[in-house]
Design a protein around this ligand. Structure first.
Ligand code: G6P
Length: 489
């Protein structure tokens, strides 16, 4: 008992992200279910275990808080989640509008939407006002739940205004901010009408983190060129106050995937899939149905491969799992129809009475089926046009210990910097190159596959999400101690 009491208690970590790891999904009029949310941020942070973690975020729908026997707040509390309730108008302007129609495409080099570039100012400004308001609502909930000594870790482009709001509440709060998307070249960021306000607010944090060194460098350049501040090897300095800026490449909880492969449910799926696709090589894509994922480009490259390699036509199948996302944003609706049209055309062109070359699913798979699919795949295709990191590539590698399949990976995904030596890197815009890489991957000799797989497997199993979070938080603690020492000098 005594020993237990002497053990240092875990540090309290408040993870603040737009989306909670579970989302409330409506089931009929008055009931709802809590489902695991999709996306890299959630899949990485679920693996973080060494802190006493609480999540603060939006539960996905604006559910009235009292339904049936217990409130949503109570149900979420069991999962250590604290909801921020946003009304429909705010969700529309902040989440669908400013976050997903402006910041998301801009940070992925797709530019600002045309209509906002013209005289826009009204809709742009009202969306930005809603963004600030929503960030303030997150700050209020953080402030209510904050205890002295807590570390507050803010995540992603939804919450760039949060560090400033938090420091206004309490300048002593330890605040870190991490971006899960790319941070674009300063020349792209400077097109954003609210460019300076956002940068200044992020700089209120004590530590600012990115997936890659390039993104960190772009952020520092934006601060020096747009705000006229000084960039140092440590970060950005403003009148003697330093904001530390650094790269912290994320990872996954690789053990969770490796262990899952032993489960009977997963083994059953593996058997079923192997029988289903016997005699054919399996190629796999798993993406949220998002324009940054390059799904049309990937499918067109597969079409070109089939066109040029008639002998492969009945020997390979592409399984594309496209998880619906942000379905209220018109750009995403357009993309869905575009993808359906291309898939239909290719299946019409190369399908037979008994088989089609592309199985396209507009839905997510449960964890067990997903692990089984990763395990039986011969070639995974990750062709993002831009991607902060892309953890699907990591998950695939973690599940490939026996098969040693090939990863075709976009050079514009952050993961290209860590898995580049094991994967076949491609420019996803170059359909001819991707089609040729498909041929190369399908024909790759076993010894080359093994070598490439070994390289990636070592990386994925040693650079985990636990290690990522621990490094970020310990750096944040150190940054604050150093700042205190500096002010005492
Ligand atoms: C990316 C973002 C996350 C986001 C996820 C899912 O991974 O970096 O912040 O949660 O996509 O998107 P959604 O809009 O459904 O939260």
């Amino acid at each position: 008992k005594e020993k237990q009491d002497m053990r240092p208690s875990k540090q309290r970590l408040l993870v603040v992200a737009n989306r909670l790891p579970v989302s409330a999904v409506r089931q009929g009029h008055e009931s709802w279910n809590l489902e695991i949310s999709a996306g890299g941020l959630v899949s990485a942070l679920l693996g973080v275990k060494e802190f006493d973690t609480r999540w603060i975020g939006w539960a996905g729908v604006n559910v009235p808080d009292v339904i049936g026997q217990r409130t949503l707040t109570e149900a979420l509390a069991e999962k250590r989640c604290i909801p921020v309730f946003l009304d429909e108008e705010i969700v529309n302007q902040y989440y669908n509008g400013y976050c997903n129609n402006i910041l998301w495409p801009l940070f992925h080099y797709l530019g600002l939407p045309q209509e906002d570039r013209l005289a826009t100012t009204r809709s742009f400004q009202s969306q930005f006002a809603a963004y600030k308001k929503a960030n303030q609502m997150f700050a209020d909930v953080v402030n209510k739940n904050y205890e002295e000594g807590d570390v507050v870790w803010c995540h992603d482009y939804h919450l760039m205004f949060l560090p400033q709001c938090l420091k206004e509440y309490n300048n002593k709060m330890k605040v870190g901010w991490f971006l899960h998307t790319p941070f674009p070249s300063s020349e792209i960021h400077r097109t954003l009408p609210s460019r300076s306000e956002l940068l200044r607010s992020v700089l209120a944090a004590d530590l600012v983190g990115f997936h890659t060194y390039d993104y960190a460098r772009h952020f520092v350049s934006a601060c020096t060129r747009i705000l006229g501040l000084e960039g140092t090897p440590e970060g950005v300095e403003d009148q003697g106050r330093l904001t530390r800026v650094a790269a912290f490449p994320i990872g996954i909880d690789s053990d969770r995937f490796i262990r899952a492969l032993e489960l009977s449910q997963v083994q059953d799926h593996i058997k079923e899939f192997k029988e289903r696709f016997a005699g054919r090589k399996v190629m796999l894509g798993v993406d949220r149905l998002d324009m940054i994922k390059g799904i049309p480009q990937k499918i067109l490259a597969f079409e070109k491969f089939l066109e040029e390699n008639p002998t492969w036509r009945d020997k390979v199948v592409l399984l594309q799992i496209a998880v619906p996302t942000r379905t209220d944003v018109p750009e995403y609706q357009k993309l869905t129809s575009q993808v359906h049209e291309i898939v239909g055309r290719i299946n019409g062109r190369f399908g037979t009475l008994t088989a089609v070359p592309i199985h396209h699913l507009d839905r997510s798979l449960d964890f067990h089926a997903l692990c089984a699919l990763y395990a039986i795949t011969d070639v995974a295709l990750v062709t993002s046009l831009r991607d902060g990191m892309n953890l699907v590539s990591y998950e695939f590698v973690a599940c490939q210990a026996s098969k040693k399949g090939v990863l075709i990976l976009s050079e514009f995904a952050g993961a290209a910097q860590s898995l580049g030596a094991g994967a076949i890197l491609v420019n996803p815009w170059n359909i001819t190159e991707v089609a040729a890489s498909i041929g190369y991957a399908l024909n790759m000799p076993a010894n080359e596959r093994e070598k490439r797989h070994y390289h990636n497997f070592m990386h994925v199993t040693t650079h985990t999400s636990q290690e990522w979070a621990a490094t970020f938080v310990s750096e944040l603690n150190d940054t604050i101690v150093e700042a205190q020492l500096r002010t005492r000098q």
